[in-house]
Design a protein around this ligand. Structure first.
Ligand SMILES: Cc1ncc(COP(=O)(O)O)c(C=O)c1O
Length: 394
């Protein structure tokens, strides 16, 4: 195992021409949009994958008990809540699980509640399956730069007879908000009261800086967990999106059996050759790498926030999770699509327009900070220039 100060978060990795979705951009463009990192993953994970490849035999596989133990131990150690291994199901990714759960737990025409602005793929998982999105939009306070839930609106929408499922994002992408244990309990109680299944996407749960801490949904009292599901994965934390490995944690037996049938029908329950060794190595051996990464991400966030103070018309949201910076551009007086397109054209910096996340996302841009410091400086310089040129143009 390497020492934390030996991990490399400064070298640039050339990802052009590597089938990278993020880096499929024109020469000179700098992509800081889709949520994967420009850091190499932990050496411990790469070594475990190498050992697997050296074996050279890649027949059909099942998920070993040691996989579930590794997931449970990680949550016990890192987050103070060890789920039972019997609650777990392996699945080929968080988004495939979400779409399968929508199909399994609701009927065509039902409503699935979300809290916009939120990860845009939630809308696709719901709408592409013939269900309706019902949003209880998060409320933004421009003074504190923070979001909160409109509890009355949430309860009224959960009480609507056609609302059968809620998808929570914990921590929240794109806002970076971590739900406190109290907030989670309130949401879970409301869902329980109104017979709504609560599915919590916790893919960003390891990427939290300070308070409030991340609380996995499965850490709540058992009376709130009969219809509650957490979706976890090492994919964001360890930069392993292409591993297509995630775990469903469903404490309620009926719920779990039903979900298991759903993901098996959808053929999403079998691992590829690297999913099991990669996940076990991440959770058992790469904790020190993750802690070193968190230090780097925290420094990058502070640097970006300090830089934004010198850019008129752009303010950072004041939340404490993810490597994604959510930036309020309402002072620029234009829609996010227009501003994002202008900045890309003007400087080559490719950011996510907040409009895709709905809610008040039309007034925000999202910037991915998970890159070496020299790349971040380049991105911040382009952002400052793009915003200045945008303002000058109007
Ligand atoms: C909130 C959230 N859920 C899920 C995903 C993707 O999950 P997966 O790659 O496991 O399907 C992302 C990726 O950005 C995300 O931000």
């Amino acid at each position: 195992m390497s020492k934390p100060d030996e991990y490399d978060f400064t070298s640039l990795v050339d990802r052009r021409g590597t089938n990278s979705y993020k880096w499929d951009v024109a020469t000179g463009e700098l992509p800081m949009w889709v949520a994967d990192m420009d850091f190499r993953t932990a050496p411990e994970i790469i070594n475990a994958m190498r050992r697997k490849l050296d074996q050279g035999v890649f027949g059909y596989e099942e998920v070993s008990e040691s996989y579930y133990q590794a997931v449970a131990d990680w949550y016990g150690r890192e987050h103070g809540a060890r789920p039972c291994t019997e609650w777990m199901l392996f699945v080929n990714g968080v988004v495939p699980a979400l779409s399968s759960l929508v199909r399994r737990l609701t009927q065509p025409g039902d409503q699935v509640l979300v809290q916009a602005p939120v990860y845009d793929i939630f809308f696709h998982s719901i709408e592409n399956n013939g269900r309706h999105v019902l949003s209880s939009d998060l409320v933004y306070d421009p003074g504190s730069h923070r979001y909160h839930v409109d509890e009355q609106d949430l309860e009224a929408k959960l009480a609507e007879p056609l609302t059968r499922m809620m998808i929570l994002c914990n921590p929240h992408n794109p806002a970076g908000k971590v739900w406190s244990r109290q907030e989670l309990e309130r949401t879970a109680s409301l869902c329980e009261r109104h017979g709504v299944s609560l599915v919590s996407d916790e893919i960003h749960g390891d990427l939290v800086f300070g308070q409030p801490q991340y609380t996995p949904l499965f850490a709540l009292p058992p009376e709130l967990l009969g219809h509650a599901v957490s979706l976890v994965s090492p994919s964001k934390s360890f930069n392993l999106a292409a591993l297509h490995a995630a775990t469903i944690v469903a404490p309620g037996e009926r719920m779990r059996e039903s979900i298991s049938r759903g993901i098996n029908n959808d053929e999403l329950a079998e691992p590829n050759l690297l999913a099991v060794p990669g996940t076990i190595a991440a959770y058992e051996e790469a904790g020190p790498w993750l802690h070193a990464l968190l230090g780097q991400l925290e420094r990058s966030r502070s640097r970006a926030v300090a830089c934004l103070e010198g850019i008129d018309g752009v303010e950072a949201a004041n939340e404490n999770a993810t490597y994604l910076l959510w930036m309020d551009i309402s002072a620029l007086g234009a829609k996010a699509d227009q501003v994002a397109a202008f900045i890309r054209e003007d400087t080559g910096l490719y950011l996510s327009s907040g409009s895709i996340y709905r809610g008040n996302g039309d007034h925000f841009l999202r910037m991915n900070l998970a890159c070496p410091p020299s790349e971040l400086e380049d991105g911040l310089e382009r952002l400052a220039r793009g915003v200045r040129d945008f303002r000058a143009r109007r």
